[in-house]
Design a protein around this ligand. Sequence first.
Ligand code: S3P
Length: 425
Amino acid sequence: MLKRVQKLKNGLRGVITIPSDKSISHRAVMFSSLAKGNCVINNFSSGADCHSTLNIFKQLGVNIEFIGKKTLKVESEGKLNHSFTPLDAGNSGTTTRLISGILAGQNFDSTIIGDESLSKRPMKRIIEPLTLMGANIESVDGHAPLTIHGCKLNGINYSSKLSSAQVKSCILLAGLNAEGETTYTEPYISRNHTELLLDYLGADIKVNDSSVTVRPSKLTGKDIEVVGDISSAAFFIVAGLITTKSDFIIKNVGLNPTRAGIIDIVKRMNGQIEILDKHVQSGELVGNIKVQYSENLKGCTIEGEDIPRLIDELPVIAVLASQAEGQTTVKNAEDLRNKESDRIKCLVSELTKIGISITEKSDGFIINGKTKITGNAELESYHDHRLAMSFYIAGLIAEKEIGINGFEWTKISFPEFEELIYKLI
Ligand code: S3P
């Protein structure tokens, strides 16, 4: 589907509530399926990725039903059943990697399949540590489909070269069902929703800086309120900062410090952003964000420990950087090449078409601002939801219309995206 976007005449104003966090919604369904008892999940994501997770756990025998538009009831015996048909993770890397950790230690075999993009994403990062735990996994040269022959696992002490919450969560989930203790250490702390939610549901889990240790645990079902997704809010934060006359509030945004790197970067870039009404909900920090048009943005360097805290926001941060005076350099972000698309290559090819000065680096990119976004071009989303939404935001300040191919991919994480933009126009 080709979406056409035109320059905004007046800014964005008003108040919106950002929909549910994708990472936490996945985990809420997975962990409450592993827990014994009943649980209500409020504000579950309407994104297609989370629905892939939901359908898989139904297929594994868990009783899950919607009792409201975004409210789920999960009834589980705390154990999963064999599925005779393959488990379809669709486009979702989080589903594939996290459930691999869960399925590796079951007493049955499973097959996980996915779409074309998912089947190209690297799975060796989970197969290697799971194999060290005794898992038996067949793949197509390190890619899905994955056939997991369930077996007894043993705990490991694993130091990862990568800061990846998906890999960390996979190993911790395998560790819940392994003999002995499992410790996972990463270079910089990645999002810690797994640690927070496992702790909330009663797992034996301890965190020490960038190391996490779990012991075999039984979880207990408890109600979960999912906060709003800062990765979805990021599109609105950038839209507000770069469109003249904008001034609005985004409500109910998750502000977990391991996820909220974009807030620090916006401040580093001189953007006008304010956090209001911070409080804790189901173990997660949440608040409202006020954003205003910011004329004097300046470039900055984003690297090292910043990266896992804003990895999904880098495409829209590239659009923001194009409106900042001077150079913005993104380093140590090579894993962007392994997302739903090669986000470094695709950002460079597409943003160049609309007049943005962006240079490709092996581990990131450099943007020289401030540039006029010319528009008058058709951009390719490469079936990547975050690229499609980032290009839309660029279109709001482009001199001439921008077309975005494959805009329907926004359904993966944020089906409400355009409706909320209209709410603020
Ligand atoms: C996620 C972790 C990140 C992120 C993805 C969601 C998660 O991936 O990019 O969108 O929910 O754990 P990596 O762990 O591969 O960096």
